[in-house]
Design a protein around this ligand. Structure first.
Ligand code: F6R
Length: 614
């Protein structure tokens, strides 16, 4: 999704702005631009380009006024309103050339605002919703950009974060967030504004998190924050503890591969402080009293994409261990249904970024109904964390590859801890049962580590090489294998652009079997467990139609090789936990197919890491 960076300070900022944009590339974008304010001649050096940041750098060749300015704003755009064109790229500038704005999000009433401004004689240069902002600010400007922002805010509806500058106030940027992320980076004689911390990592780790609708004013040596009434408020400066190295590839070819290999650490860090050796389980931070949790009537999980698949896997754990009915729904649907969650229910919003617009909206709907809402997120300071009663944190570290990997397995791990705790509280698990299962959870990081260090990844690569030219893959599984199929199929389609279909194997005869003919590749998730024999029957059925079967099976299973053309092994674990292990070879499989096609796995086309618009 769009990325924002802003700088005011003592240093010439061209490189700082472009480097900031490079650090935001992982969010996905289709065009980019910046405006640097040259105080000496009272105008912006505005450079924009369609395409990648290399294109933006190329567009700067021969541009004037890039060396001197020490105030600037930059943007990577992921098109929502208006096509991917140069005029639609940010920053946008008012007709008098005095106000420049970059924005992330959507101004929903922009059509009406645009019409009104046009009636007043404003000429629009783009099709974007953002462009209403510089024009509105210019019309309300009477010598104070903060006052202009104050006058404009009540006219806006939607969800957005923007940064604005005025040529009469060089050395000052003003920003507002409304349901979209925005952070301030505090340096020495310099300040940054950004949609995400990596944009200024390397320059400062001191961060301020403004609240919704506060007006943030940054000068080179001060940050002032005002609430909706214009009263100055104080927000603490916190030190960001994440590692800078995480933002680099650490020796791997791609972030995705690095993050696949970081799964053991992500899993361990997620459970480390939660599972005591004595069988104790801590849900520290969840913000709901034990006696309330122990009595919940139902659990509703809302999420999008890969996080939704983690929710599907978690359902089996909570239903089996805690005996509580669980529903799992994509947030974009949940938010518009008649919500029946109530004070007796636990609603879990799963979102690694904590900023996905639909998940936030679904959580809000549930809170309004009086449900207990928990954010299962990888970001403590995210909007989801702030909106919920409490947080169930995954400690997967920064994930930069657009295709989620380590955050996914960490999410299932966190759900397993929750299921254990609920099971113990409700007496559906015995103390000994909890101890055994905790032990299984604690074994998982090591098992996956051994797997990743073994020849298994190379074996996956060899299997993938045989299928790299296939134009379609069907994924089949049963029981806990179903969410693994959904996730495996999503990984393959999003980074290799190969169409995939994922189905519960029992449904195959009700339609998808028609897709198969000689040589069709079918990935079958077949871990050891009570449905293994049923899955073998499904394998026979697809092979009878000429399909080639790539099975994902438990290490040491001797039978599977009799039925499959190729086998991707996964570490042994109890069936209910197998979504954490069986997805790993499928992440590698998708990775190898995409690499085999020569694609950029970290930045697949059209996708954004954080989907902050509906
Ligand atoms: C796919 C992927 C997406 C995200 C989805 C939700 O690999 O990463 O499907 O899972 O956009 O994102 P979060 O978890 O940030 O809410």
């Amino acid at each position: 999704m769009c990325g924002i960076i802003g700088y005011v300070g003592d240093r010439p900022c061209y490189e700082l702005i472009v480097r900031g944009l490079e650090r935001l590339e992982y969010r996905g974008y289709d065009s980019a631009g910046f405006a640097l304010l040259d105080a000496d001649n009272d105008r912006y050096a505005l450079v924009r380009a369609v395409g990648k940041l290399e294109d933006l750098r190329a567009a700067t060749v021969g541009a004037d006024g890039l060396e001197g300015p020490t105030t600037g704003i930059g943007h990577t755009r992921w098109a929502t309103h208006g096509k991917v064109t140069l005029p639609n790229a940010h920053p946008h500038v008012s007709n008098d050339g005095r106000v420049a704005v970059v924005m992330n999000g959507i101004i929903e009433n922009y059509v009406e605002l645009r019409r009104r401004l046009q009636d007043e004689g404003v000429v629009f240069a783009s099709e974007t919703d953002t462009e209403v902002l510089p024009h509105l600010l210019a019309r309300h400007y009477e010598g104070d950009i903060v006052a202009a922002v104050q006058a404009v805010l009540p006219q806006l509806s939607g969800h957005y974060a923007f940064v604005a500058s005025h040529t009469s106030e060089p050395g000052r940027l003003v920003a507002v967030r409304h349901e979209c992320p925005l952070v301030v980076g505090v340096g020495v004689n310099e300040m940054f504004l950004a949609s995400a911390i990596p944009a200024f990592l390397g320059e400062t780790r001191e961060v301020i998190y403004p609240e919704n609708d506060e007006i943030v004013v940054v000068d080179r040596d001060a940050v002032h924050i005002y609430d909706g009434f214009g009263t100055e408020v104080t927000r603490p400066t916190r030190t960001w503890e994440g590692s800078e190295e995480a933002a680099e590839k650490g020796g791997y070819d791609t972030f995705m591969l690095k993050e696949i290999h970081e799964q053991p650490a992500a899993l361990w860090d997620t459970i480390g402080s939660r599972l005591g050796a004595d069988g104790s389980i801590s849900l520290d931070g969840i913000g709901i009293d034990d006696h309330v949790l122990a009595r919940v009537d139902a659990v509703h999980i809302v999420a999008c994409g890969t996080s939704y698949h983690a929710g599907l896997a978690g359902r089996y754990l909570i239903e089996d261990w805690a005996r509580i009915p669980v529903s799992v729904e994509v947030a974009s649907e949940y938010r518009y249904r008649t919500c029946l969650a109530g004070p007796g229910d636990l609603v879990i919003g799963i979102t690694q970024s904590g900023e996905t617009a639909d998940t936030l909206a679904a959580m809000r709907v549930a809170r309004e109904r009086g449900a207990h809402v928990v954010a299962l997120t990888n970001q403590t300071d995210s909007q989801a964390a702030r909106d919920a009663n409490g947080v169930l944190l995954t400690r997967a570290g920064l994930e930069i590859g657009v295709a989620a990997t380590k955050t996914h397995t960490a999410q299932i791990m966190a759900l397993a801890v929750l299921a254990l705790k609920l099971g113990r509280m409700r007496w559906s698990l015995t103390e000994a049962g909890v101890r055994d299962l905790s032990e299984e959870l604690r074994r998982l990081p090591d098992a996956i580590e051994q797997y990743l260090l073994s020849s298994a990844p190379a074996d996956v690569a060899a299997v993938a090489a045989k299928y790299v030219d296939k134009g379609f893959f069907l994924y089949l599984g049963r029981h806990v294998g179903v969410p693994v199929c959904f996730e495996g199929a999503l990984k393959l389609k999003e980074i290799s652009y190969v169409p995939t279909e994922a189905y519960p194997a029992g449904e195959m005869k009700h339609g998808p079997i028609a897709l198969l003919d000689e040589g069709s590749p079918v990935v079958v998730v077949a871990p050891d467990g009570h449905v293994f024999d049923k899955v073998i029957s499904n394998i026979q059925e697809v092979r009878a139609r000429g399909a080639r079967v790539i099975a994902v099976a438990t290490e040491g299973n001797e039978e599977i090789a009799l039925h499959a053309d190729d086998v991707l092994w996964a570490p042994r674990t109890p069936a209910l936990l197998s979504p954490i292990t069986t997805i790993v070879p499928l992440q590698l499989f998708a990775y190898e197919i995409a690499k085999g096609k020569g694609l950029n796995v970290d930045k697949p086309r059209n996708l954004a890491k954080t989907v902050t618009v509906e």
